[in-house]
Design a protein around this ligand. Sequence first.
Ligand code: GRF
Length: 205
Amino acid sequence: MNLGILISGRGSNMESILKAIKKQKIPIAPKIVISNNPDAKGLKIAQKLGVATKVIQSKGFTGTRWEYDQKIIQVLEENGVTPKNGLVCLAGFMRIISSEFSAKYKNRIINIHPALLPAFPGLHAQKQALDHGVKYSGCTVHYVDSGVDTGPIILQEIVPVKDGDTEETLSKRILAKEHIAYVKAVKLIAQGKVKIAGRTTSRAR
Ligand code: GRF
């Protein structure tokens, strides 16, 4: 299986995935990291880890969402990350992808979200959770479908909310769990252990 990772910024989830692939011998080949933002810090991290990078700038792009996504697909395919044998990880990729892209790569694109979906989808999930006053939040790795943060859930990690937590402190503890959850999910998929039936996923033995 071939892996493509889409980022926009810091790239800490990308980094933990790339490092774990090497260390844990996860059967997937990291082929390309694509950023829509030329200043994404993650680009340098990927290069240091020996993974090819490509910038497809979205700022100033005047075409449709699908036209932009077709540029991404072209680069994915050139690097062997196809709908047949590829996995695409969205890792802090700050764009909503088109329904055409998610349909073409059905069950081949996954995302990490910093809340326990279906609670608090969209932006600023950690702040949404704090503002709501929940006692537990966490993170969710899910397949990407045509909605925002709506696809079948692969796994979740729970993070208790502490008295006095701020968006910053909660985000930091959730991020530590994100790094663990995202690696676990990539590993399960690469090993062919995730079965999907409608909205539900389970572990194949
Ligand atoms: C993470 O909190 C992730 O859940 C969200 O965006 C953030 C990306 O962080 N989708 P990083 O770029 O992986 O460090």
